[in-house]
Design a protein around this ligand. Structure first.
Ligand SMILES: *Cc1c(COP(=O)(O)O)cnc(C)c1O
Length: 369
């Protein structure tokens, strides 16, 4: 018997969530963002559920190759563009569209030998100060690109730092949107501004020709806890589940786990779950983090160790050895435990937990029936 832990990928949920994005931005095309191995879900595992998108956006060139190997002939966008000059050869060969965010990338294009001119997404740094040309340098970059025979169409993109919240008392996108609209005003080309948070919260106002659907495609909520998955009608695309492999009866004063971080105040029964931080469960999730046992909500007890977690069974007399434990995602009988809640309890975000699913966890794909 293998350890009972496994991750399930719900293909139907991916398709559903993509549909939610499309309804928020009905006039835009949708990039399915599949960087970081599809946010930990596995590119090959999510392809069936996301192939209804208009294109795939990602960062690593080997992930672009994997999407092409799956038979995708439509657009693929490298969100950070090329990292060195020879990456352009792969772009030509696989017809990859790529971001251009700095002068070096234009220099490489100018030297690149290709029969097919490239479609590029010129990136404006509208205030996030990660990648992109400043508003002052943007037009010169556009003019330079536009003069290159290696370049076909030029699209315009930027990225919001605060689409999920407010910023300095104002809505989180106003300052960047104003800068983008001013700089891009009379430039031709398609526009792409919205990530998941902007698609959910601001799409009607921001507009644009392409939205970039990341976390929401996987059922994660970009503005949790202000809103939750039910509010946005998102379904979890990943379930992490395991089983109880041991049971302990505690007396008042007994402690649980490393560091004795939990002390029983009364007699209680706990279950030991085959899941730990080496599976990707966050060690920072303290006692009291929600968990489902046989679909019923209870809480963790004590520290997360490498291969095990303890959960409180005191209120669940039917539960015991072999009971199903849902760490996040869909539980039995229609129950659910949003990944955002676990992330919140651990002081992080759903994105990080998805991406950190460990290699040792076997993954099963639930295909469309
Ligand atoms: C990752 C990424 C996205 C997707 O962001 P989500 O918050 O997951 O929707 C969009 N645009 C760029 C440039 C990204 O790097």
């Amino acid at each position: 018997m293998p350890r009972p832990i496994e991750a399930l990928i719900h293909v139907a949920a991916l398709t559903h969530n993509l549909g939610v994005a499309r309804r928020r931005a009905p006039d835009a095309k949708a990039w399915a963002v599949v960087k970081a191995n599809a946010y930990g879900h596995g590119i090959e595992n999510v392809y069936e559920g996301l192939r209804g998108a208009d294109g795939f956006a990602l960062i690593d060139l080997d992930e672009a190759q994997r999407i092409r190997a799956l038979g995708w002939r439509g657009p693929i966008l490298l969100l950070e563009g090329c990292f060195e000059t020879r990456d352009l050869e792969l772009c030509s060969r696989l017809k990859l569209w790529h971001a251009v965010h700095c002068e070096q990338q234009i220099d490489w294009l100018a030297m690149h030998k290709t029969h097919e001119p490239h479609r590029v997404f010129l990136k404006l740094n509208s205030g996030m100060n990660r990648l992109g040309f400043t508003p002052q340098a943007f037009r010169a970059a556009w003019t330079r690109l536009n003069a290159l025979p290696q370049v076909d169409e030029i699209s315009l993109m930027t990225h919001f730092s605060d689409a999920d919240s407010e910023r300095l008392g104002a809505d989180g996108i106003a300052h960047q949107l104003e800068i983008f609209n001013k700089v891009a005003a009379d430039l031709p080309g398609e526009r792409s501004l919205c990530n998941s948070a902007a698609t959910l919260r601001h799409a009607t106002r921001v507009g644009g020709d392409w939205v970039r659907v990341g976390i929401m495609g996987y059922g994660g909520v970009p503005d949790f806890p202000e809103h939750d998955a039910a509010h946005w009608n998102l379904q979890p695309a990943m379930t992490l589940r395991s089983k109880i492999i041991g049971v302990q009866e505690l007396q008042p004063g007994d402690t649980v786990g490393y560091g004795s971080r939990f002390t029983a105040e009364r007699a209680m029964r706990i279950g030991i779950v085959a899941c730990g931080y080496a599976d990707g469960y966050p060690r920072h999730a303290g006692s009291g983090t929600p968990v489902l046992v046989d679909g019923q909500r209870t809480a963790t007890v004590g520290r997360v160790s490498m291969d095990m977690i303890a959960v409180d069974l005191s209120a669940l007399p039917q539960a015991g050895f072999g009971s199903e434990v849902t760490l996040w995602g869909k539980g039995p009988n229609g129950s659910a435990l949003p990944i955002d809640e676990i992330a919140h309890a651990a002081g992080t975000i759903g994105y990080e937990l998805m991406c950190a699913l460990a290699r040792r966890v076997p993954v099963t794909v639930e295909h469309l029936s």
